[in-house]
Design a protein around this ligand. Structure first.
Ligand code: GP9
Ligand code: MN
Length: 636
């Protein structure tokens, strides 16, 4: 077989590939709102459909006849175009890319179905033009070639091999480029826009399908018997609520403020002689402040903290649970509060799909998500990751005024996010001076966030929302990673041992209850984000003894001093277990491992049981006694 005939056999496939490729890129640019920041990103976007198209259309090379090959190419082009078209329609409605769970979520599709007609534009037909062109081409070309019998034979093995080596090379270069632009793309950044931007819409669908089948398999293997043991464990760990505070905030609005990357070490502390969080320091004086409160997040960062908050379940050891198990059955706080007549909303000026929030929030019971599209975001009022916190709070209060009361609301800030960028005019303290630009810049952005929060509280007072709301403020996760230990040692004036590192995982946690201002009480009991849900529900007067929850009421006298971090470290009243070592809190020095041993089993069990619930989607088997009896059946 000559090269020339190999090439002509390939030419139809390559024509189809190029047409689809260009079409996909045109669709990216005209139908989706993908933010491109530099030329490399644009280049990645341009090449990203190629590897998949070559791979799939290349299957045509295995067909023995030209007719079969062409037919395969045309049908495949049509299917791929249809997938692209479906994404365009879906995007017009949800501003997001399709995922398999969403596809099977009837409520979502119902919404789309009703408006599909309205979403359709006549120009969409243009998307299919290349398929029609291919069909004509096939007809015309095959007639012309009928004379040449040789060309009807299959493609040689060598050609196929060379072809697929080339496909692999394209794929690997794409992935490598994407990884340099966005490290840990596949494990960390669970933003669909980011995925589509980097690996392309088609590869993204494959990635999504793999994830989906993995979780489906784990779920299918689980059964309700696994739940019995866990339930016994949880029952044995139940703690009675604090009698005085149970119901102290009944029927009040709930305002939860998740402060981005805020660690506890800045509270009451200074940089260059200036207070880092002057407002929070004052706010603490009229609130309850938990000074030994830990974040328990993993790779899912903010989304993990949200998961902990609303479910009192641990996030997972790898990936973001919002992304990997967002379709599970939950008993989220917003859902539980519905029985009490609460309306619920989240405020966060980022893409709806970031961390899969648009899919997970409804499953947790949230009624409304005020996301990027609900805010007026301009280059002037943005910095770093987007809308500046002050603007965010200001615009949020406007939305907030429209909510039915009582409401359960959550506000997620953004400015104090790595790489901690801030406009000159917003800097209220000077940067720290160390070898870490990240730590240096952390202080001014924390200071800015503190100021923004102050304005928020003032706004709430002005709008009459302060007095009838309970306000819960906490840091979502650490902001300064271990890479900056040297600079951190300089700031703290002590070595960052595994013990100190664990202490750095403390995040501030403040609860303000109207009428309780005089308390201004510091609570030193060891607790974590896992405890937020029962604490809150008890304040609202909701009994949680039949709830599936790993946390306990932080106000309860019976509450054990205990927090497990997602990496398996834990903290008790006397000890810290980290890096396989046991530390005595009183000396801050390593001690005999046997001192930590009594808690090691418990720490492991907590995480294991919680993981079992999440991986097996076990809450679908739960027969709660006080609520949602109808949920005993598996609806999925
Ligand atoms: C993104 C914001 C920050 O929406 O919540 O995410 P993070 O990187 O902190 O998880
Ligand atoms: Mn965060």
């Amino acid at each position: 077989m000559t090269n020339k005939s190999s090439l002509s056999k390939l030419s139809f496939i390559l024509t189809a590939t190029i047409l689809l490729w260009i079409k996909t890129y045109i669709v990216y640019k005209t139908q989706f709102d993908i933010k491109i920041e530099n030329a490399t990103q644009e280049f990645i976007l341009f090449i990203n459909p190629l590897s998949f198209l070559l791979l799939i259309l290349g299957i045509g090379l295995f067909f023995k006849t030209e007719k079969g090959r062409n037919r395969y190419t045309i049908i495949t082009s049509f299917i791929i175009t249809f997938v692209l078209f479906a994404n365009v329609m879906f995007y017009r409605f949800f501003n997001d890319f399709l995922t398999l769970p969403v596809l099977f979520q009837t409520s979502n599709m119902g919404d789309l179905g009703n408006s599909a007609f309205e979403l359709f534009k006549w120009t969409d037909i243009l998307m299919f033009i290349d398929v029609i062109v291919l069909a004509f081409l096939a007809k015309y070309l095959s007639k012309k070639k009928e004379v040449d019998e040789g060309l009807s034979l299959g493609v040689s093995r060598k050609t196929r091999f060379a072809y697929y080596v080339a496909v692999l090379a394209v794929f690997i270069s794409n992935l490598a480029l994407a990884e340099t632009e966005r490290p840990e793309l596949l494990t960390r950044a669970f933003d669909r826009e980011m995925l589509v931007k980097n690996i392309g819409t088609y590869n993204y669908h494959i990635y999504d399908a793999v994830l989906q089948s993995k979780t489906k398999a784990q779920r299918a293997l689980a059964d309700s018997s696994e739940f019995v043991e866990i339930e016994n464990y949880l029952k044995a760990n139940q703690k009675a609520p604090n009698e005085e505070l149970f119901g102290a905030a009944e029927n009040k609005n709930v305002i939860i403020v998740s402060l981005e990357s805020l660690q506890d070490f800045v509270i009451g502390n200074t940089v260059n002689g200036q207070e880092v969080t002057p407002f929070l320091n004052d706010f603490i004086e009229e609130s309850y402040y938990f000074e030994n409160f830990y974040h328990q997040t993993g790779q899912g960062k903010t989304s993990d903290s949200e998961f902990l908050l609303d479910n009192s379940l641990y996030p997972l050891g790898r990936g973001s649970v919002f992304f990997t198990h967002g379709g599970n059955e939950f008993n989220g706080t917003p859902e539980l509060l519905k029985d009490k007549g609460y309306y619920s909303a989240v405020f966060h000026a980022n893409n709806r799909s970031f961390w899969n929030r648009d899919v997970v929030y409804p499953r947790l019971g949230y009624d409304r998500f005020f996301s990027l599209a609900d805010y007026e975001v301009t280059p002037e009022n943005s910095v770093g990751w987007g809308l500046k916190d002050k603007e965010f709070f200001e615009q949020s209060v406007e939305h907030m005024k429209t909510l039915p009361q009582p409401f359960y609301s959550k506000f997620i800030t953004l400015t104090n996010h790595f790489p901690f960028e801030l406009d000159e005019e917003d800097k209220m303290v000077d940067e720290f001076d160390s070898n870490s630009r990240t730590l240096n810049r952390y202080f001014p952005t924390v200071r800015y966030m503190d100021e923004a929060f102050k304005y928020f509280i003032e706004d709430l007072k002005a709008e009459g929302l302060y007095e009838n709301s309970i306000i819960v403020v906490y840091g979502d996760h650490y902001g300064i990673s271990q890479n900056h230990n040297v600079a951190m040692e300089q700031y703290l004036g002590k070595e960052v041992t595994p013990y100190q590192w664990t202490q750095l995982q403390k995040v501030p946690m403040i609860v303000h209850i109207p009428g309780e201002e005089h308390k201004g009480k510091k609570i030193s009991k060891v607790s974590g984000q896992i405890d937020l849900k029962p604490t809150l529900l008890h304040l609202l007067g909701i009994d949680t003894k039949d709830h599936v929850q790993f946390g306990s009421d932080m106000f309860s006298e019976e509450k054990m001093d205990f927090a497990v971090l997602r990496d398996g470290s834990f903290i008790t009243d006397k000890y810290v277990y980290a890096d396989n070592k046991c530390y005595d809190k009183s000396t801050e020095e390593e001690t005999n491992l046997s001192a930590c041993e009594p808690y090691m089993e418990k720490a492991k069990q907590e995480l294991d049981y919680s993981d079992k619930i999440v991986y097996g989607d076990l809450l679908r088997f739960y027969e709660g006694k006080n609520y949602r009896l109808e949920k005993t059946e598996d609806h999925n």
